[in-house]
Write a new protein. Structure first.
Length: 325
C-alpha cells in the first residue's frame, strides 16, 4: 500500500490581475501542516474509491500512468472549497499515491495539468512539492488571458521565490459555517469578470508590499511584519474582487476579520482565496490567545465553525512516511 500525506495551503492573493501587465496572476501563499490530506492506494484491476472527487482524480491518474486501476481511500481530507487548497492537494495526493502503489516515478508539476490543477496559481503544486512560503511567476498575459487555455495547453507557473517559514510561527484558521468559496464554472466566470476590469495600479502596490515587506520579513523571521504584509496583499486583492464577492472580503468573512483584528495576539488577518477561511498570523507564544480570539470572533458575528491552529510546513508531501524525492 502507498500512503501520501500533505497539508493545507493558504492563498494570500495574486500579484497581478490586469492584462495591462506582461505577467498575469502570480500566486502568493504558504504551506501548513494542518489540516491534512491523507490518501492510501493499492494496485487493482479497476478504480475503486468511495470519495467521489478522489474517484475522478484516481481515474485520471490511472490514465496518466497507464495502469489498470487502483483501490483508493481518503483517510483525511480538507474542507471543500474553503480556501485551503482542497482540490489541488487531494488531486496530487491521489496521483502520487497511485504512482507509488505501482512503483512509478512521476513529476507532479508536469502532470498536474492532466488533472486540471495549477491552472492559475502554482502555489498549491509548489507547496505539495516543497512546502514553505511560495511566490509563483504567473503566466504570460498574451497567452493566459481572460479565458484559461484548454487542458494540455498550459503548464504550472514556475516558482519565483520560496523561503522556509520559521518553525515557531503559527497560522490560526477560523472556518465559519458559510457557503463554500467559488469554484468550477462559477469561479471561471468571476475571474473573467475581474480580469476584464482589473485596475493595473493595484498590481504595482502589491509588488512593492511583496518585495519590500513580505519576503524580507519571512527571511528575517519577523512574523509581525510578515502578517501585516500578507494581510495588505489580501486587502489589495479584495479591491479587485469587491464587485464579484460583495466587498473587499466576502460576507461573512469581513465581519470575522474585523473582530479578529482587534486582538493584540495576531499580526495580520485575511481571507484565503475565495474563503470562507480566515487566517491570522501569530507565533507559538501567542497562539493560545490568538486561538481564543478566533473563537470569540466567530461567536461575536453569530457564526458557528471550527478553529484550527496550524504550524508551517517546510517540507514536501510525504510518501509512506518519508518526504518525496
Amino acid at each position: 500500500m502507498a500512503q501520501v500525506t500533505t497539508g493545507a495551503r493558504l492563498h494570500f492573493g495574486f500579484q497581478n490581475l490586469s492584462l495591462a501587465h506582461e505577467r498575469l496572476y502570480g500566486g502568493v501563499g504558504v504551506a501548513l501542516e494542518e489540516p491534512r490530506v491523507r490518501v492510501d492506494a493499492t494496485p487493482a484491476d479497476r478504480v475503486s474509491c468511495e470519495h467521489p472527487t478522489a474517484r475522478e482524480y484516481a481515474r485520471r491518474a490511472t490514465d496518466v500512468l497507464d495502469v489498470p486501476g487502483a483501490d483508493v481511500t481518503v483517510a483525511e481530507s480538507l474542507p471543500r472549497h474553503a480556501g485551503l487548497g482542497s482540490g489541488t492537494q487531494l488531486a496530487l495526493a491521489v496521483l502520487a499515491a497511485v504512482a507509488r502503489a505501482y512503483d512509478r516515478t512521476l513529476d507532479v508539476r508536469e502532470r498536474a495539468p492532466d488533472l486540471d490543477r495549477g491552472g492559475r496559481s502554482g502555489v498549491g503544486v509548489a507547496t505539495f512539492e516543497r512546502g514553505g512560503f511560495v511566490v509563483d511567476a504567473g503566466h504570460p498575459a498574451e497567452r493566459f488571458t481572460v479565458d484559461r487555455p484548454d487542458p494540455g495547453e498550459w503548464s504550472v507557473p514556475a516558482v519565483a521565490a520560496r523561503h522556509a517559514v520559521p518553525d515557531d510561527w503559527r497560522f490560526v484558521l477560523a472556518l465559519p459555517d458559510a457557503d463554500p468559496g467559488r469554484n468550477g464554472d462559477e469561479e471561471d466566470d468571476s475571474m473573467r469578470a475581474v480580469v476584464e476590469r482589473a485596475d493595473p495600479t493595484i498590481a504595482d502596490q502589491i509588488g512593492a508590499v511583496l518585495l519590500r515587506r513580505a519576503i524580507p520579513a519571512v527571511i528575517d523571521g519577523d512574523h509581525e511584519r510578515f502578517g501585516a504584509a500578507v494581510a495588505e496583499i489580501g486587502r489589495l486583492n479584495g479591491a479587485w474582487y469587491a464587485d464579484e464577492q460583495g466587498g473587499v472580503y466576502r460576507p461573512p468573512v469581513g465581519d470575522v476579520i474585523a473582530r479578529l483584528q482587534e486582538s493584540t495576539a495576531v499580526s495580520g488577518v485575511g481571507q484565503s482565496s475565495w474563503g470562507p477561511a480566515v487566517y491570522a498570523v501569530t507565533d507559538r507564544d501567542h497562539a493560545d490567545a490568538a486561538t481564543d480570539a478566533a473563537r470569540a470572533a466567530l461567536d461575536a458575528v453569530g457564526r458557528g465553525g471550527e478553529v484550527v491552529t496550524a504550524r508551517p510546513r517546510n517540507r514536501s508531501a510525504s510518501v509512506n512516511g518519508k518526504e518525496r524525492a
